[in-house]
Design a protein around this ligand. Structure first.
Ligand code: ASP
Length: 351
């Protein structure tokens, strides 16, 4: 009997060690829309509309959250993330910074669409001035679907946001049991629930039914160590992405410049390459004061400076591991500080 009692005590203490975080943390949930808040007429159809369900309904679907933390919800927007905009980013960043500065808030969870979650996460990674956990989550299946993935993703995201071990790791994205870093993750499949990968750096960790394991911390500057600030910023500069392919029409570059782009990102072929005619258009853009970053349309790897294209001679910036969407985010923030291509290259090495 005594042995049995000891075994039960040992089992209980092991559960306490491995169990979900305690429910004393205050977690704010900011909802922005996406498939996680999407709805369809039936549980089994592929077609649906994003951003239909409000934050209260999202939270009501996960009553188990009360075992993890004290949660409160706010609706910041309710859009499919294909409609994410500079305006919503500025509003969201201001609210996250405000909440993070409050002693009453221990962590923040943001629900978002999967299409542009990597851009929003990286934007916040650079402009949130706090080491408190900021965790984005999403879903591939709408809230009305059979086996909707949103509720468990929200549960795991709250568990990560309430975990002191998550602090100082930058903005995180928790989906399908994985914890990704904002700089590393990318969407790789339009419909698969396991769509997110962090191809160059791997996962930050995992969250299994609210039990978190951390493997690594991001190595580039972010959040508290980031020099980017949105104080007094009312709008972000226009930066357009040019997707390269055989026989690219170079007048698209001239048109972006004529329409007010202050920066361009080339989603180049291979190592950020482009046609000779596109290079001539890039030279014209650079000459007129536009900053041009070369990135790659290839899924993973790094676009290197002066490898095939001669950045020194073109006056361009190499994006390193940042894909075109994320290079665009960093370039928009960099242009708030400088239009000097050399200085912006340094920022690309640092962030
Ligand atoms: N189009 C949706 C969105 O990004 C897709 C999703 O959330 O999975 O809002």
């Amino acid at each position: 009997m005594k042995t049995k009692g000891l075994l039960i005590a040992a089992a209980l203490s092991a559960m306490a060690l491995a169990g979900p975080v305690k429910a004393e943390q205050n977690i704010s949930i900011l909802a922005t829309g996406g498939t996680i808040a999407g709805s369809a007429e039936t549980q089994t159809q592929a077609g649906y509309t994003s951003g239909q369900v409000g934050v209260e309904t999202l939270l009501a679907a996960v009553p188990q959250l009360k075992d993890l933390a004290n949660v409160s919800g706010e609706q910041v927007a309710n859009v499919g993330s294909q409609d994410m905009s500079d305006e919503i980013w500025l509003q969201l960043a201001a609210r996250v910074n405000e909440l993070a500065a409050s002693r009453k808030v221990d962590g923040i969870v943001i629900t978002h669409g999967t299409d542009t979650i990597e851009e929003t996460a990286y934007f916040l990674h650079l402009v949130v001035d706090s080491d408190k956990p900021v965790v984005l989550t999403a879903a591939m299946r709408p809230s009305t679907a059979l086996s909707a993935d949103g509720p468990l993703n929200i549960y795991n995201a709250v568990a990560v946001a309430a975990d002191e071990d998550a602090s100082g790791r930058g903005v995180l994205v928790v989906v399908n049991d994985d914890i990704h870093g904002a700089r590393a993750l990318t969407k790789t499949n339009p419909t698969d629930v396991q769509t997110f990968q962090s191809p160059e750096h791997g996962l930050i960790g995992t969250s299994l039914y609210g039990v978190n394991t951390f493997f690594r911390t991001p190595y580039r500057a972010h959040t508290e160590d980031s020099e980017f600030s949105l104080k007094g910023v009312k709008a972000l500069p226009r930066v357009d992405v040019m997707y390269m392919h055989a026989s690219f029409s170079p007048d698209l570059i001239d048109s972006a410049v004529a329409n007010g782009a202050r920066g361009l990102v080339i989603a180049g072929v291979g190592n950020g390459n482009m046609t000779a005619a596109a290079q001539e258009a890039v030279r014209r853009a650079v000459k007129s004061g536009v900053v041009v970053v070369r990135s790659s349309r290839v899924y993973s790897g790094s676009t290197g400076r002066n490898v095939e294209a001669n950045d020194d001679e073109l006056g361009t910036v190499a994006s390193g591991e940042l894909n075109p969407a994320k290079a665009r985010v960093l370039l928009k923030l960099a242009l708030l500080k400088t239009s000097d291509a050399g200085e912006i290259q340094e920022l690309f090495y640092q962030y």
